[in-house]
Design a protein around this ligand. Structure first.
Ligand code: NAD
Length: 318
């Protein structure tokens, strides 16, 4: 069966690059991008785009019929920092969009679903170093609560209705093409922009706040890999731990200084510090490595080179 893929929330930080990569692999017309707003030129010019509100079941259904969609990647969500400002909205969006997609798959129209979870499913009582796949999970943000609940529903739909849903607990994702969408790890993107723009950065997380992170190329590769894996190799139907690197704001700053020696950083933690303090410092992703052969490629040093090179080209073009 030919793949016909719908990406909901395609114009965000991860959706943009996921759409472009899936179009490269499957052909532009096989990958339908959708969102509540248009994306960047590269995304809009490389294949079909439809406006879809992820909370509107009928609209999703119409587009699924129009393009005979058989796979959905649901990337629309309200993220951790924004979710704390609008808790009920975050809950409504994150849960209703997931139910819409799971129910379409339950009806048999959709054969495979990708839905991202997050390290936000963990909370202050979770072991912080090398956080295991299965452990205490008492998330303290509305975002984390919605992701943990979503994981339970994914597993339930798989067990009860045979829905082929696959999921990864993304750590903080670092990228340069699309802007980040209001997460607690966004500092690790802003810092590169500010280093090039003004040579200094005021971090909203403290110097020693260590968090798990992943460069976008690794995140996209993991996403495509788990979706391409044979169904029997996917042994976890809630969501897989996934890790690449872990670092602090101080460590990124030191790495940036290798290329921009005059770069300076100062610290003014805000409400996001508390969210970061409730999350793991590093993640044990043994299961993903064992079950579907996950491995990461990019460390802090490589990522810093890629970010500075690409962003300085972007700023030169402006
Ligand atoms: P983002 O905020 O950059 O993008 C989300 C996209 O969804 C946006 O383009 C937005 O316009 C769209 N959207 C919002 N409401 C919508 C609606 N009602 N209908 C349709 N589209 C809507 O987020 P992202 O960073 O690309 O994250 C994608 C997914 O990955 C989310 O589920 C997020 O929770 C998860 N995740 C991201 C990170 C990260 O560091 N970026 C980490 C862990 C998990």
């Amino acid at each position: 069966m030919n793949k016909s893929i719908l990406i909901i929330g395609a114009c965000g930080q991860i959706g943009t690059e996921l759409t472009l990569k899936l179009r490269k692999i499957n052909g532009g017309n096989a990958v339908i991008a959708s969102d509540i707003h248009e994306g960047n030129d590269e995304l809009m010019n490389s294949g079909p785009f439809e406006f879809i509100n992820a909370m509107d079941f009928e609209r999703i259904l119409t587009i699924v019929h129009k393009y005979r969609i058989n796979e959905i990647y649901l990337m629309a969500a309200m993220l951790s920092a924004t979710g704390e400002k609008f808790p009920e909205k975050a809950w409504d969006l994150n849960m209703s969009s997931l139910f819409n997609v799971l129910n379409l798959a339950k009806s048999g129209l959709i054969k495979k679903v990708f839905w991202p979870s997050s390290i936000a499913v963990f909370g202050p009582t979770t072991p912080k170093e090398n956080t295991p796949q299965e452990t205490v999970m008492e998330p303290s943000t509305v975002y984390g609560i919605s992701k943990q609940t979503g994981e339970r529903w994914c597993e339930y739909y798989f067990n009860k209705f045979g829905v082929d849903v696959r999921s990864i607990r993304y750590p903080g994702i670092i990228s340069w093409k699309a802007n980040p969408g209001g997460g607690t790890t966004d500092y690790a993107i802003e810092i590169y922009h500010k280093a090039l723009q003004n040579g200094n950065y005021k971090s909203f997380l403290s110097k020693d706040t260590k968090l798990p992170m992943l460069y976008i190329d690794d995140a996209i590769e993991a996403t495509i890999k788990i979706m391409d894996a044979a169904p029997e190799s996917i042994k976890i139907r809630s969501s897989y731990n996934l890790a690449g690197m872990s670092f602090t704001p101080d460590e990124v700053a030191e790495e940036i200084k290798q290329s921009i020696p005059e770069f300076t950083i100062s610290y003014q933690p805000d409400f996001r510090q508390k969210i970061a303090d409730s999350w793991p410092k590093s993640i044990d992703d043994f299961k993903a490595r064992e079950d579907w052969d996950w491995k990461h490629n990019i460390n802090l040093e490589k990522m810093t080179k890629i970010m500075l090179e690409n962003l300085s080209l972007k700023y030169q073009e402006l």
